[in-house]
Design a protein around this ligand. Structure first.
Ligand SMILES: *Cc1c(COP(=O)(O)O)cnc(C)c1O
Length: 401
């Protein structure tokens, strides 16, 4: 792509390969990894000027910014459709940074209850310690959002597709209620993936990702990103993050930047596999439920169809035989590995009740649909037929004992 080409006229697939590229004097084709903490100033006057106000492509220290990190930020902002983005050390640094940078004591937040464990920790434990009041609602219930949002509500927070029960939140519906009182809409969009996301078009003000998941896509690095308006990203999030130390390393940014080049291809293939497995497994005698946002039996199926071009790369299975059957199932899988990441090229199975969501009380687990028999399956890039055979074989083993 030549500098003269306006990237906004190009499709997402093209922007995923070219947006944000900064070429050094060597004219490298593949983006350079600027593995440097600091930057040399030719004179003391230049250093003074840069600390007063750094220009668009002027860097001071890697905690504030770095050329490789900037390439990644520009590329993902272009894909998400936001003016800017700030890359963080992990998904949790992004969630924490987005919320903590904009909130202060006395503020009120409304959050969906069905959250990733560490997100729940921030909203339930950390924010109240600093005087922020947080009310939790069933994210799928617009009446509940309406009842909880107050004239002084500062922000609403939710996962557009929840982990691990795959509940779908009506982004536009919640955004309308929030915007009516001037509250910010902050969406954790991991399960929707940047590829299938329309969160900004639907009214999200800030979209956060754990780039550890589909953006890396090969299970190598931790990372996160906060996407939003330039005012929010540079005026609110960046000052907080650059001084509190949540910056992404240039090495990780390079991995994420290269991951974006083929994310669309990977995520589309993985989502096709997830839907194929979900359809093939529905009605299996060992399963009480098969959960996937694009199955007609999903409670928010119509919303999920309208809101996401594909239903994502994850499906959840509720085994009739409870924890014992779930464990037999996990242990009998031969291709799918037992771990807790998702969006990886390798298919991964998780038993949330005893791992990622172990901390929750039995009551909360029940509210969130985290039954003893629930397993979460993140579909990788393996052949869909091989995966289905692996899952079918393990279901036989799970039912046999
Ligand atoms: C994984 C995940 C996070 C946290 O991301 P890390 O990169 O592990 O810090 C936050 N939200 C959701 C929905 C996730 O799946």
């Amino acid at each position: 792509m030549k500098d003269t080409q306006d990237p906004r006229t190009l499709s997402a697939r093209t922007r995923a390969v070219h947006a944000g590229t900064r070429r050094s004097q060597y004219g490298e084709v593949s983006e350079a990894m600027f593995l440097t903490q600091g930057f040399v100033y030719d004179t003391a006057e230049i250093a003074e000027a840069r600390f007063q106000k750094a220009g668009p492509d002027e860097f001071i220290y890697a905690r504030y910014g770095n050329p490789t990190v900037a390439m990644f930020e520009d590329r993902i902002a272009s894909l998400e459709g936001t003016e800017d983005a700030f890359a963080t050390a992990s998904g949790m640094a992004a969630v924490n940074g987005a919320l903590t940078s904009m909130l202060r004591a006395g503020d009120h937040v409304v959050s969906a209850r069905a959250l990733f464990g560490s997100c729940l920790y921030i909203l339930e434990d950390v924010l109240p310690r600093y005087g922020v009041a947080v009310d939790f609602v069933d994210g799928t219930d617009l009446d509940a959002w309406n009842g909880a949002i107050r004239p002084d509500t500062k922000a609403v927070f939710f996962e557009s597709v929840s982990n691990p029960a795959l509940e779908v939140v009506d982004v536009a519906g919640v955004a309308d209620l929030a915007h009516a009182v001037g509250a910010m809409v902050i969406v954790d969009n991991v399960f929707a993936t940047p590829t299938f996301s329309q969160a900004v078009d639907l009214g999200a003000d800030v979209v956060v990702y754990s780039t550890t998941k589909h953006v890396d896509g090969q299970g190598r690095c931790l990372g996160g990103v906060i996407c939003g308006t330039r005012d929010f990203v540079r005026g609110v999030a960046e000052p907080y993050l650059k001084h509190t130390g949540g910056a992404m390393s240039p090495f990780n940014a390079w991995v994420m930047l290269k991951g974006l080049e083929h994310m669309d291809l990977r995520v589309n293939a993985q989502a096709d596999t997830a839907l194929h497995l979900a359809r093939s497994l529905e009605g299996h005698p060992a399963l009480a439920r098969v959960i996937h946002p694009h199955l007609p039996t999903h409670p928010q199926s119509a919303l999920a169809q309208a809101q996401m071009a594909k239903g994502g790369t994850v499906l959840s299975l509720d085994l009739r035989g409870g924890k014992e059957a779930a464990f037999r199932f996990l242990n009998a899988l031969r291709i799918v590995v037992i771990s807790n990441n998702l969006g990886d090229a390798k298919s991964i199975v998780t038993h949330p009740a005893t791992t990622t969501h172990q901390r929750l009380s039995d009551e909360t687990k029940a509210i969130l649909g985290i039954t003893p028999g629930l397993v979460r399956l993140s579909c990788g890039l393996e052949d869909a037929g091989d995966l289905l055979a692996d899952v079918m074989g393990a279901l036989d083993a799970a039912g046999a004992a």
